[in-house]
Design a protein around this ligand. Structure first.
Ligand code: AMP
Length: 283
């Protein structure tokens, strides 16, 4: 069993038109490849809710704000296709750069509000790159449903806002973060960690879980976040970019737990930037 690979938007549209004639509900799972269990969990969720599932694989240069990060990004298309086939995904759409951004391409999708602060503050242009490519993927696939991981929580909000604002008729569904047994959130960037860094890495998640539990239990937000920051650094992380409590529904800033919240963090472990977030329930 193998998964068909399509590289042009013309072929993609023809296939989707056939599926539409059959009356199938269509889902899309956008990825940059180097697939791991986190991605596969999205594909499984999509297969539960749609008759046809398109996985997209495109390492989008517009969302990288460092040329070195783009160059180092893992590219494993053959292995990715081999992981998708047994799940029953119906199509791998893997366009090349020229298909997505032909000569003369001049449009950028900017989402204000939810893309400001957090990763948006440290990765200039990142969410414009994400919103632009995801808008294209939504329009190219014409899917009914799109599956995204909560692992990239701000991205999930940016994509939802973009689809709503542009009247793209697609439901954006967020799925829980898949973690290693020691708590580390799965990420394509984890392969860059040295064995020593890999030992330290789960501390980010454990500090977040701990701080979230303390805040949920009534501990003061600012003090708890300051303590958590120093715990992440003491564990061996080089630097905490941000550690913030935000509204779960709209990413609005929060200084006390008066509504459902998310604790979100980005931190550098050696040369690798890791992000994570967890929900903080109220009451
Ligand atoms: P990426 O290939 O990193 O752009 O991710 C593609 C999709 O997989 C995005 O919707 C991510 O949020 C999601 N994803 C990445 N890591 C995880 C994870 N550990 N658990 C759940 N979803 C994930």
């Amino acid at each position: 069993m193998s998964v068909p690979i399509i590289r042009s938007v013309g072929e993609l549209r023809a296939t989707v038109a056939d599926w539409r004639r059959e009356g199938a509900k269509i889902a899309v799972v956008p990825t940059m490849g180097a697939l791991h269990e986190g991605h596969l969990s999205l594909v499984r969720a999509a297969l539960e809710q749609a008759g046809r599932v398109i996985v997209t694989l495109f390492v989008n240069p517009k969302q990288f704000n460092s040329a070195a990060d783009l160059a180092a990004y893992p590219r494993t298309e053959e292995a990715d296709a081999a992981k998708l086939a047994p799940l029953g995904a119906h199509l791998l759409y893997a366009p090349n750069i020229g298909e997505m951004y032909p000569d003369g391409f001049a449009t950028t999708v900017t989402v204000s509000g939810v893309s400001e602060g957090l990763c948006g503050a440290y990765r200039p242009g990142h969410f414009e790159g994400v919103a632009t490519v995801v808008a294209k993927l939504f329009l190219q696939t014409a899917a009914d449903l799109a599956f995204f991981g909560e692992k990239d929580f701000q991205q999930l909000h940016v994509v939802r806002r973009m689809a709503r604002d542009l009247d793209i008729p697609i439901s954006v569904i967020g799925c829980p973060t898949v973690r290693e047994p020691d708590g580390l959130a799965l990420s394509s960037r984890n392969v860059r960690l040295s064995p020593a860094e890999r030992q330290v890495a789960p501390k980010l998640a454990s500090v977040l879980f701990d701080a979230a539990a303390r805040i949920a239990g009534g501990a003061p937000v600012d003090e708890t976040l300051a303590k958590a920051r120093s715990e992440i650094v003491s564990a061996g992380y080089a630097q905490v970019e941000y550690l913030e409590l935000r509204g779960d529904e709209d990413l609005s800033r929060m200084s006390r737990l008066d509504r459902p919240a998310r604790l979100l963090a980005a931190a550098w472990l050696g040369e690798t930037r890791l992000i994570d977030n967890i929900k903080v329930p109220v009451g």
